[in-house]
Design a binder for this molecule. Sequence first.
Ligand SMILES: *Cc1c(COP(=O)(O)O)cnc(C)c1O
Length: 410
Amino acid sequence: MANDQPSTTPDWRWHDENGFRRVVNVAGTMTGLGASVAPAPEVSRETAAATERFVDMHELQALASTTITELTGAEAGCLTASAGAGISLAVAACITGLDPARVEALPLNPGPKSGVAVQMGHLCEYGSSITTGVALAGANVRVAGTATLCKDFQLSAVLDENTAAALYVVSHHVVHYGQIPFERFARLAHEKGVPVIVDAASEYDLRGFIEKGADLVIYSGHKFLGGPTSGIIAGRRDLVRACYLQNIGIGRGMKIGKESIMGAIAAMRAWMKRDHAAIRARETAALELWRKALSDLPGISAYRVPDPTGNPLERLQVDVDPEKAGAGAPVITAALGRRDPAIIVRGHEAELGYFQLDPCNLLPGHAELVAAALRDEISRGAWEEIDPEEALASARNGGTEGYLRWLGNG
Ligand SMILES: *Cc1c(COP(=O)(O)O)cnc(C)c1O
């Protein structure tokens, strides 16, 4: 949207007119902050054009399939409401195939072959638990291994005649050691005739998992791709068709509208044409601006770190020495979030003594605003009213508390 504006002054008119809190997102593609902004004007244009017309939805989804095929190299694809929805639909597809009666029987009567094998270290949460996403299809999670270790035999033991699918999660949210690597996981599953679903919601690698044997891969349309809220399912034609058929069953409540389909197609096309090197250079410039802004503050050391799952992206890690800085990373994270505009940093590992700044999707003027706010907040250092233990608890529980507080108090 605003990416092509030359202005370097933040534009808050929309927030102010609607009475919304001014928010600067340096946390990453957080769905709680609206996930992303459109990367190209075509996304808003295609979305708007669709809202004003009738169309045969099967044709729209066929165009989506063609675009997904081009983007991922998969045989076919379809769109749904979100990546979260995609996980439920993919699991359902592996249970029902193309039998409409079996589709309609979900989630209550999935039949005996309804197990989904997952390594315990992959049972993560992305706003809700992935276990819930699997269970919505009527499936039951068959856990392999322990939190930090999964052995081949432990996976093989849950790949039996009652296993409909094996689910592999690629994310910074999962445990990063002691897990079976993807190609080996897929081989073990395929040896038992079990199809492999990959949750790659936030992964820029749009072709690798298909190339390495995934049967279905799920991406989020509204994270790095910058599309409207949507989920992309790519994979084997028979299984993608079975995902789409879930629209007569559990998929009904996960339906995607014509405007989001056209917006997601535009976002995928924009991704294929995008000057990725130029965007990377702009992101690196923001990281360097922030690194310099923090360079002489006591107790603070800032440096660039690569993305943990190998996405072509760096973030600025800010290590905080509480003795010298006056407070630890959880308190500083909370203090930045209380400013106006609120500076929302990537603080989910604050208990380890650092927070991170994510340069994706910066709007005009926001990089400079963040640099000034960081210096101002950290050099001021008056945070007596923020309890460190509560700051950490609130970061951990905030997702739930926010929902509970909504429209609350009377
Ligand atoms: C964000 C995320 C999801 C959910 O994506 P939505 O499109 O917002 O539903 C699922 N899995 C992982 C690993 C994620 O990071």
